[in-house]
Design a protein around this ligand. Sequence first.
Ligand code: C2E
Ligand code: CA
Ligand code: CA
Ligand code: CA
Length: 280
Amino acid sequence: AKDHGRDCFQFYTSVMHQHAKARSVLESALHKALSNRELSLVYQPIFAQLGSAEVVGCEVLLRWKSELLGHVSPEQFIPVCEELGLILPIGEWVLYHACSQAKAWQDNYGNPLFIAVNVSSIQFKRQDMVELVKKVLRDTKLEAKYLTLEITESVLVDNSDKILAQLKALRALGVELAIDDFGTGYSSLSYLKRFPLSKLKIDRTFIRDLPEDEEDKALVSAIILMAHKLNLKVIAEGVETPAQCMFLKGLLCDMTQGYFHSKPLNQSDFEENILTTAYH
Ligand code: C2E
Ligand code: CA
Ligand code: CA
Ligand code: CA
């Protein structure tokens, strides 16, 4: 039994060692990602549900193709960026490029889409997001109302006056705020009235089993009713089928996003497939 214990221990430390090694490779690769130009952006269109089903905006999603590691998914590298503080320069880069892309599309296609940018809670805690957004909007000449910042419940649970003050100032500039992944975080709903939000994105885990799952049907229709009473526009995420889309339309969901309409696209595919076709 003793030997067995020692084998287990050795196995364990070896796994931990490998894990630590993989982690440090990831970290050092990430440090070079920005300067090596390994990061890029893709854009997923967001469609209005009511009236004509036209594209009204898009969400910007970060992609990393590492020279050393190949494609790494944001679910793997964003948390590491947050821990290392790299999310500050990377987040700034994303915001800048997203806004200048949106402005260029408006100028070139006459299509006033909103652009939604994901912002991590670390950015609000360690940076003056108001000054940054002001500077980026000034430099890119994008009107504030076309920028939406997507924040998760983790930004709001903090309950810090510092974050609330930043969100209010951003709202006063005309920037829109969306609560992302709604329903997956903390259960308190009080932040919905305390924070100056304008959109609510229902997490795709609630959409996945529509329109069959009775619980999800109840939850999604209740979320939409509640959001509308609070004057929030609703976006359903992860819409993959026509049946889901129709069901959401029946519930007066304002906008949908997901593979049913389109996967996230690079700049030229977005221009070809979305901006120059008969969607509008
Ligand atoms: P998110 O903000 O919830 O973004 C939506 C994710 O759902 C994206 O994954 C998108 O590709 C995926 N998706 C879209 N439609 C569908 C669908 O119909 N079905 C399914 N199964 N998935 C769909 P992605 O691009 O891998 O991004 C993952 C997460 O990484 C994002 O989740 C967001 O939290 C984070 N992220 C991505 N880009 C950034 C960024 O620039 N900054 C920050 N802070 N976080 C980012
Ligand atoms: Ca998002
Ligand atoms: Ca989301
Ligand atoms: Ca998510």
